[in-house]
Design a protein around this ligand. Structure first.
Ligand code: UDP
Ligand code: MG
Length: 328
C-alpha cells in the first residue's frame, strides 16, 4: 500500500510472516524459506511483521533487511496479536501476483509453498494448506479444535471454513484485494479468508511440531479466540435469546393457564399466589421475547457496522450487444 520504493518493480510473490518473540527460529526459517523460494523461478519478497517482540527479533529482522534486499519489515508499535499483524503484513505486501501467509515457527514447512504455487498456477485463487495430522499437539487440543470447527460450521451458514487449516495459505492478488476490503476491527482471519470465496482448493501437508521457542497460545487464548470467531462471525448467540424467550414465554403461558384454571375450579388456599404468579410469568416471558427482538436488531446493526462489501464478483462478462449495429 505505502509504496516507499516506486522505482523498483514489484516482485510477483510476497511471503507474509508475522513474528512475535521468535528470535530462536527466525534465522533457520529465513534460510529454509530462501532455499525453497530460490528454487522457484518466481521473483519474490518476504514481508516480516514484528508484532511488538521484546526479545531481539526486531534487531535480527533489521539485520536481515540490510543484508537481504528481498526482506521487507513492518514493525508494529506494540503487540497487536497475530490477526492484526497479519493484516499489516498483507497491507504492505507488494507481490503483484500472489501472496503467501506462513508462520515463522517452521510448523508450516516452507517446502509446501511450491505445492501451493503449483495449485495456484492451475487457476485457483486461494490455496490453503491443510494439516494431515497434528504432531506434537495434545489430544485435548485436537479435540477442542475439532469441536470448534464443528460449531463454526453449524452456525456460520453458507461460509464454509475448512477444518484443520491455519492461516498458512496462498492468495492471488485479486483475492488479497478482496480480503483487504474487509476492514472490520474484530478480525477472525480464518472466517475472513473463507468469506471472500473465489476458486479455492487445499493441499495436504504434515504439520511439524514447533522448531523452537514456545507457542503464544494457551487455552485461555484459544478460548478467547473461539469466542472471537463465534461472536465476530455470526449473530447466532443473539438469536439464542429469541428462542429462549419464545420457549419460556410459551411455557409460562401454559403454566399461567393451569394456575388460573386450578384457582377457578378448586380455589387456592394461598391468597394472592395465583395472581402474583401469573403476572410474574407473563411479564418474564414478555421481557425475554423483547430482549430477543432487541438482540435481532443488535445483530443487524452489528452486521451493518462491519461494512463488508455486499458481494464480490469473481468476474463479470458484459453482453456484447451493440445498439448502433442493430438499430431498432
Ligand atoms: N504471532 C504474532 N503475534 C502474537 C502471537 C503470535 O505475530 O501475538 C505469530 C508468531 O510469531 C508465529 C505465528 O503468529 O509466527 C503463530 O504463533 P504460534 O506459533 O505461537 O501459534 P500456534 O502455531 O501455536 O497456533
Ligand atoms: Mg506455531
Amino acid at each position: 500500500m505505502t509504496d516507499i520504493t516506486p522505482i523498483l518493480s514489484a516482485p510477483s510473490v510476497s511471503i507474509v510472516v508475522p513474528a512475535f518473540n521468535e528470535i530462536e527460529v527466525l534465522p533457520a526459517f529465513h534460510r529454509r524459506l530462501s532455499d525453497v523460494m530460490g528454487r522457484t523461478s518466481l521473483s519474490w519478497e518476504v514481508v516480516y511483521v514484528n508484532d511488538g517482540s521484546t526479545d531481539g527479533t526486531l534487531a535480527a529482522l533489521e539485520v536481515l533487511c540490510t543484508t537481504d534486499p528481498r526482506v521487507a519489515l513492518v514493525n508494529l508499535s506494540r503487540n497487536f496479536g497475530k490477526e492484526i499483524a497479519l493484516t499489516a503484513g498483507l497491507d504492505h505486501a507488494r507481490g503483484t501476483e500472489a501472496i503467501v501467509v506462513i508462520d515463522v515457527d517452521l510448523q508450516d514447512p516452507p517446502e509446501v509453498i511450491p505445492l501451493l504455487i503449483a495449485e495456484w498456477r492451475r487457476g485457483f485463487d486461494v490455496v490453503y494448506a491443510r494439516r494431515r495430522m497434528r504432531q506434537g499437539e495434545t489430544w485435548l487440543k485436537k479435540a477442542t479444535a475439532a469441536a470448534f470447527y464443528r460449531v463454526m460450521r453449524r452456525v456460520s451458514d453458507k461460509v464454509e471454513i475448512p477444518a484443520d487449516t491455519g492461516d498458512f495459505r496462498l492468495m492471488s492478488r485479486r483475492a488479497l484485494e478482496a480480503l483487504l476490503a474487509l476492514r472490520e476491527r474484530h478480525r477472525f482471519m480464518k472466517g475472513l479468508f473463507a468469506w471472500i470465496g473465489f476458486p479455492t482448493t487445499g493441499v495436504l501437508y504434515d504439520r511439524a511440531p514447533r522448531a523452537a521457542g514456545t507457542t503464544k497460545w494457551n487455552y485461555w487464548h484459544l478460548w478467547n479466540f473461539s469466542l472471537e470467531g463465534l461472536t465476530s462471525f455470526t449473530v447466532a448467540p443473539l438469536k439464542v435469546a429469541t428462542y429462549l424467550g419464545l420457549i419460556t414465554a410459551f411455557l409460562a403461558a401454559c403454566y399461567g393457564a393451569i394456575i388460573i384454571f386450578r384457582t377457578v375450579v378448586w380455589g387456592n388456599p394461598v391468597a394472592g399466589y395465583p395472581s402474583v404468579m401469573v403476572v410474574v410469568l407473563i411479564l418474564g416471558g414478555i421481557q425475554l421475547v423483547t430482549l430477543g427482538i432487541i438482540g435481532e436488531y443488535l445483530g443487524r446493526v452489528f452486521n451493518e457496522v462491519k461494512a463488508r462489501p455486499l458481494y464480490l464478483a469473481e468476474r463479470f462478462l458484459p453482453s456484447r450487444y451493440d445498439a448502433t449495429e442493430n438499430p431498432g
